[in-house]
Design a protein around this ligand. Structure first.
Ligand code: NAD
Length: 323
């Protein structure tokens, strides 16, 4: 990729996308964002707007054509997606449309525009309830337990096939749970919002002590994305990305409470479903083997607890949303 090249970020007005845009601009890239602002927010891009190398194009990738948005692009970071895992419980089509169909439309637009470099944000949920934890990238069988996980796995398969059929070069990142400022979903965000409303009681989905998962900080996510992108080898590479440990939901709650200076908060467990899942499709045990990405020289700077602690601090900053 040439110095100061042009990069397109789909979903760039979202939580992770907006941090990525700031980092790319900081490294001298020209950044164009395509986002329909469904869950993304214009104000997340406050630090980018005004930069002459930055452009936000409001567009719905499912309905609108890409037009000339890919013209001159050297690489595409594809983050736009429905990331709400629970939505499919009432509307299973949403993941197929927003994730699989949008990814296919993007791949076709890239093929027509002869843009062949793609970075894709996938998820730990493609593994389903893996029998090997920490789970390596070559774990099988891939057996997602949510429609969201299935849709992301389908996207990965499409991207791989475009690499081998049309000469694309792509890097897929399978994310553990990313916590930090501007998040608009996820357990840490949920707890902060609930505790702002009620400092004495906290409703927790699931059964004590809850699922065990790996959490990592948004800064580690962005540095890992950039490290893996630059190291990815032809034609298709997959990296897990996360932290080096996992914690229970109860530990997340304890960390959020103590970071907010709250003592004696009473936890009200909902009981969840299926022996402790928070909801149908919620993976009980997630921790990714990140040695492949670490081999590029990247290291996560924070473990799960510390990442959650930092996220609570980030979420109190004025640039983070309140419900
Ligand atoms: N946050 C996490 O912990 C996590 C974990 C695993 C994977 N991911 C993946 O990372 C990516 C970014 O997630 P996020 O947490 O920042 O979520 P987010 O909802 O903040 O970002 C998604 C962005 O895509 C935009 N978007 C959605 N549908 C669109 C469409 N049809 N056209 C144009 N724009 C559209 C939204 O407005 C939003 O700005 C997603 O692909 C998600 O699946 C996130």
């Amino acid at each position: 990729m040439r110095e100061g090249g042009q990069v397109l970020v789909t979903g760039g007005a979202g939580y992770i996308g907006s941090h990525l845009c700031e980092a790319l601009l900081g490294q001298g890239y020209q950044v164009r964002v395509l986002d329909n602002l469904s869950s993304g927010r214009r104000e997340f891009l406050a630090a980018c707007e005004g930069n002459e190398n930055f452009e936000l194009v409001v567009r719905d990738l499912l309905k609108d054509s890409f037009g000339d948005a890919l013209t001159g692009c050297d690489a595409v970071f594809h983050l736009a997606a429905n990331q709400d895992i629970r939505k499919a419980l009432t509307d299973p089509r949403v993941d197929l449309e927003q994730n699989v169909e949008v990814t296919h439309l993007l791949l076709e637009a890239m093929r027509r525009s002869e843009v062949t470099s793609l970075i894709f944000t996938s998820t730990s949920t493609v593994y389903g309830e893996a029998a090997v934890v920490p789970t390596p990238e070559d774990y099988s069988p891939m057996e997602p337990i949510s429609i969201y996980g299935a849709s992301k796995l389908a996207c990965e398969a499409l991207i791989s096939s475009y690499c081998h059929t049309f000469g694309f070069k792509a890097v897929t990142f399978r994310f553990a749970n990313v916590v930090g400022g501007r998040s608009t979903h996820g357990v840490a965000y949920d707890f902060v919002q609930k505790l702002r409303q009620n400092t004495r009681e906290l409703e927790i989905l699931g059964k004590e002590p809850g699922t065990r998962k790996s959490y990592y900080h948004i800064d580690d996510c962005i540095s890992g994305l950039l490290a893996g992108w630059k190291a990815g080898s032809d034609p298709y590479e997959v990296f897990n990305i996360g932290s080096e440990d996992q914690i229970t939901v109860e530990e997340v709650a304890d960390t959020v409470c103590s970071s907010m200076g709250l003592e004696g908060v009473e936890y009200g467990w909902t009981g969840g479903v299926d022996e402790g899942r928070g909801w149908i499709g919620d993976v009980r045990n997630m921790w990714l083997d990140i040695s492949r990405l670490k081999a590029t020289g990247w290291r996560p700077q924070h473990r799960s607890r510390e990442a959650v602690k930092l996220a609570v601090k980030d979420l109190s900053s004025p640039s983070s949303p309140e419900e």
